[in-house]
Design a protein around this ligand. Structure first.
Ligand SMILES: C[S@@+](CC[C@H](N)C(=O)[O-])C[C@H]1O[C@@H](n2cnc3c(N)ncnc32)[C@H](O)[C@@H]1O
Length: 295
């Protein structure tokens, strides 16, 4: 075989192997989503819905010209970084960050979003196709701290119901209808399992138990108080903050308990409000459950 043909074939096989074996590398990958910049009015709505502030670390996956991270730093004093496969866009974002005087607080990397560490984020932003969001979903639950806000322009995360949503009119939008959707999700703590505590009722302590099933941030389950079934009137979770309203029959009368607290590992510490009186509330998890994210 001609030496040049052999060399070309070897290079082709090498390139194929690199593309298959190391798909994370920017040079081996085509963009999963084309570059379309988020209109500035929508960037503003995204930062607002997440209530971005100076303590936040914003990561934009597929950051384009860097506008989301730059606006978060410039207007709200946040820090953060963006990653994009397109080196020219990364250079443009760096130049723009310098022009806007925020280079101390932001960085842009030519990197595949699928191999980007995201655990530093307190706010994760994206304008990516649903297919890409769905690939990221297990990482959001596995790698991000409870309370981290996820903000997406236009596309959702399948059956993970958003915690908030705004419709943003964009007159003169250069593509599609003259409006955009902005969605917010808050990464929930794991509240699943069985929790126990004691409540003071009529001068005596009664044993209470709450068993929670969790799908994303949604809670349902069953409860007992004083050895009898109790009704869960509502149960909500916002990051680490849990709020449960229980209605139980104790000593022949209906007792409504409003329990609010913060989940830290297998302990909830907070307040219990019953019959108009507040007291400290501490519950301990005796059986740990799993968040269902495959629903
Ligand atoms: C729709 S644009 C959004 C740009 C920017 N986030 C904004 O909202 O203005 C999507 C960006 O993701 C980048 N991208 C696509 N696939 C990527 C990947 N696997 N890793 C990193 N960036 C990617 C594209 O180059 C493009 O700049």
């Amino acid at each position: 075989m001609d030496k040049r043909v052999a060399l070309t074939q070897s290079l082709a096989i090498f390139a194929l192997c690199v593309g298959v074996v190391l798909p994370g590398y920017a040079f081996a990958q085509a963009a999963d989503v084309p570059y379309v910049p988020t209109p500035m009015a929508v960037v503003e709505a995204m930062l607002n819905i997440a209530k971005v502030g100076p303590d936040d670390f914003v990561i934009d996956l597929g950051s384009g010209d860097g506008r989301i991270v730059i606006a978060a730093a410039k207007k709200y004093g946040a820090r953060g970084f963006g990653v994009d496969l397109d080196g020219a866009l990364v250079s443009q974002a760096r130049r723009e960050a310098a022009r806007q005087g925020v280079t101390e607080r932001v960085a842009f990397h030519a990197r595949n979003l699928f191999i980007t560490d995201i655990d530093q984020a307190t706010v994760l932003t994206s304008y990516l196709f649903p297919r890409v969001n769905m690939q990221l979903r297990p990482r959001i639950f596995g790698e991000l701290r409870p309370g981290t806000r996820i903000v997406s322009h236009e596309f959702d995360f399948g059956n993970w119901k958003p915690d908030a949503h705004v419709h943003v009119p964009v007159p003169g939008k250069p593509y599609g209808p003259p409006a955009s959707e902005v969605y917010l999700w808050i990464v929930p703590a794991n509240a699943a399992g069985t929790w126990q505590w004691r409540s003071a009722v009529d001068g005596a302590l009664i044993e209470c138990e709450l068993t929670l099933d969790q799908t994303f941030q949604m809670l349902e389950g069953s409860a007992r108080a004083g050895g009898k079934p109790a009704r869960i009137q509502s149960a909500t979770l916002n990051g680490n903050e849990v709020l449960v309203v229980l209605v139980a029959e104790v000593n022949g009368h209906e007792l409504r308990q409003e329990l609010s607290g913060r989940i830290e590992g297998d302990t909830i510490r907070g307040k219990s409000r019953a019959a108009g009186a507040d007291s400290d509330w501490q519950a301990t998890r005796v059986v740990r459950g799993k968040i269902n994210i495959d629903a």
